[in-house]
Write a protein that binds this ligand. Structure first.
Ligand code: PEP
Ligand code: MN
Length: 263
């Protein structure tokens, strides 16, 4: 169902008036994790000032260690909802288990399925049965074919609004947190009719690589870029090494806009 052979025209997804996959790249910014109302609101104000329409933030955090911050859960979803109403932004947030899906639907606009859950087939099927767009991340060590099949699980249950998100894969390279597989973007666009995003934060794990990788993503035809922003990354409860502070975010955004104008 996700195959280009099945449907030749691009899928366009309307989220809060933002048309995903219509040619012009979209942007998803926001903190790694929801930590407080004030923290999310500070980022939201900066997103709104740029005329952007989407915000991300994790309420359920799939952390490598069980002793790391696990997220605020439902309280985090409530913060996201409040901020989305106050700043006119659509919320993209990760759901980690089918049992959270139903209650989360009232608070969010897009369901994110994270890299660690790309082959959680029960979660894929549950997300496929609801009427909300899904942003599906590529698994940590998933082939492109496995990634496409994960999207197929969602669509096979009826949900046609799926965004694929390349977020880097595990390789022997240690200079970056993961290896951004940039060629996955045109392959996914050839093989499927779905919009394709690139998450420059989790793929690189390096603040200094966010801008060049975002440019590469746009140049190669990505429909959107995701990057993490935190009012004070040094005190962030997760991913403090790679989130942008607000001034860095402002500079990043300005440079990307100039790049898109000249591209
Ligand atoms: C995230 O986007 O918050 C996240 C945990 O990313 P990934 O699933 O790609 O690691
Ligand atoms: Mn993160």
């Amino acid at each position: 169902l996700v195959s280009r052979k099945k449907k030749s025209e691009d899928t366009v997804i309307n989220i809060n008036g933002e048309l995903i996959g219509q040619g012009k790249p979209s942007f998803v910014f926001g903190p790694c994790a929801v930590e407080s109302y004030e923290q999310v609101a500070a980022v939201a104000a900066s997103i709104q000032a740029k005329g952007e329409k989407l915000i991300r933030g994790g309420a359920y955090k799939p952390r490598t260690s069980p002793y790391d911050f696990q997220g605020l859960g439902l309280e985090g979803l409530k913060i996201l909802k409040r901020v989305s109403e106050e700043y006119g932004l659509a919320v993209i947030t990760e759901i980690v288990t089918p049992s959270h899906l139903e209650e989360a639907l009232d608070y969010i606009d897009v369901i994110q399925i994270g890299a660690r859950n790309m082959q959680n087939f029960e979660l894929l099927k549950a997300a496929g049965a609801v009427n909300k767009p899904v942003l599906l991340k590529r698994g940590l060590a998933a082939t492109i074919d496995e990634f496409i099949h994960a999207a197929e699980y969602i669509m096979s249950k009826g949900n046609e609004n799926i965004i694929l998100c390349e977020r880097g894969i595990r390789t022997y390279e240690k200079a970056t947190r993961n290896t951004l597989d940039i060629s996955a973007v045109p392959i996914l666009k050839q093989e499927t009719h779905l919009p394709v995003f690139v998450d420059v934060t989790h793929s690189t794990g390096r603040r200094d690589l966010l801008l060049p990788c975002a440019k590469a993503a746009i140049a190669i035809g990505a429909d959107g870029v995701m990057a993490e922003v935190h009012p004070d990354p040094s005190v962030a409860l997760s991913d403090s090494q790679q989130q942008m502070d607000i001034p860095t975010f402002d500079a990043f955004y300005k440079e990307i806009q100039t790049f898109m104008k000249n591209h």
